[in-house]
Write a protein that binds this ligand. Sequence first.
Ligand code: NAD
Ligand code: G6P
Ligand code: MN
Length: 441
Amino acid sequence: MHKQRLVIAGSGSTYTMGMMMSLIEEKENFPLKEVVFYDIDEQRQERNAKATEILFKERYPELESFSYTTNKEIAFKDADFVFVQIRTGGLPMREKDEQISLKHGVVGQETCGPGGMAYGLRSIKDMIELVNDIRTYAPHAWILNYTNPAAIVAVALKQEFPDDHRLLNICDMPIAIMISYAKMLNIDVWEIVPEYFGLNHFGWFTKIYDKSGNDHTERLKSRIIDEGFTPEDTEIANDVSWQKTFEQARQMLMDFPEYLPNTYLQYYLYPDQMVEKEDPERTRARQVIEGRQNRVHSLCDGIIEKGTAKDADLHVDIHGVFMVKAAASLAYNLNERFIVITENNGIISNLPEDAMVEVPALLTANGPKPFAIGEIPTFYKGLIEGQYAYEKLVTEAYFENSYQKLVQALTLNRTVISPDKAKAILEDMMEANASYWPELN
Ligand code: NAD
Ligand code: G6P
Ligand code: MN
């Protein structure tokens, strides 16, 4: 079994330590020769790197090399895999995205509505640069990208790199939801065989089977309506914000009982309710800075201070395990089934060919092999077409420096609708993002 040289780009991320635990957990399935950290922020990187060094010495002694660098050539040369998890502008810019949106009375969220647009325009530039850098030094490496907003990033990268078939955008939300289904069904999450369609953070499970072929869909729906829905993955189970988000699945199912919704649909179906429950002084970004980020930082500081990770509160999470299992399926042609983001190309026959859809696919050494879905019903088609038009317009606005396309994008988005609001939001967003966005005409 070929052992992989894996690069983590954006290694200062709050997800890195969970990912390292997942690499350890999955070492038989995705054996590594070398792990390299790459980041542009030396300080953020160093804390995770020093803790990882100690962790790997204790729990991954067979790893030949672990290193960290801010040098692209050193990082990417001869890479087999690059996992990309960057955040242009960091969590402080996320906070601005959320606060500016809320100030105008619309949803303030990382990947949805104006926040998703603002973050998208920041991410596209860095992602294009990063993919170019990776391809300079590692033309054949698999790039597994989960940088958000993954929907917009996927559309932009498809446009910029249409022939790059070793670049896969992927999101952990469907599998995180499936963990909760698995708990309710009392089976292992990897026993679940989902049918699903949509865009990233904008989709529905149409069927939930197990590997023996039993259909659990209706039972799950009734149980969610009767008993509610809770997050179960270790990373989010005790997070009040995620608990509220999962709870909202019940309302969505009562209003639209046909399919099981992705949690992110709450922002598009109930935008006013979402705005009402937010505190502009304490948006999700602030909660993450004071919660997840603080937790990870003190965890790493503790490991470094003690010189051991033995008593550290480290755990495997579904985010990391999912990415590593998907990578193993690509690396070793395992043909395992995962929900990923890929070009539509007729998978959903009544949606545009060029849409980047989120659907189940077998991951092979030759890339994702999605299953045909056929026609989807009018309600979902209508919602998806509006949302896809928004994603496409944001991407076009980036490449064409078009202010007008951003007004169109926000007007189409279910979280905004009013052109006046769209223009007012844009004015504030342009000012806040002056050093990140392309110039707009
Ligand atoms: P974070 O700010 O803690 O970490 C991001 C890291 O990327 C930082 O260390 C930063 O210095 C670095 N970085 C920024 N620009 C860079 C560049 N151009 N090159 C290299 N490094 C760069 O953010 P986080 O909350 O840990 O999230 C990381 C990313 O992963 C975000 O984009 C987040 O939205 C995404 N994410 C996606 C999913 C998904 O389901 N798709 C799940 C979890 C996280
Ligand atoms: C889910 C989504 C990601 C998102 C993450 C964290 O896993 O799929 O795209 O980045 O949640 O969201 P949070 O609001 O907790 O930072
Ligand atoms: Mn996601």
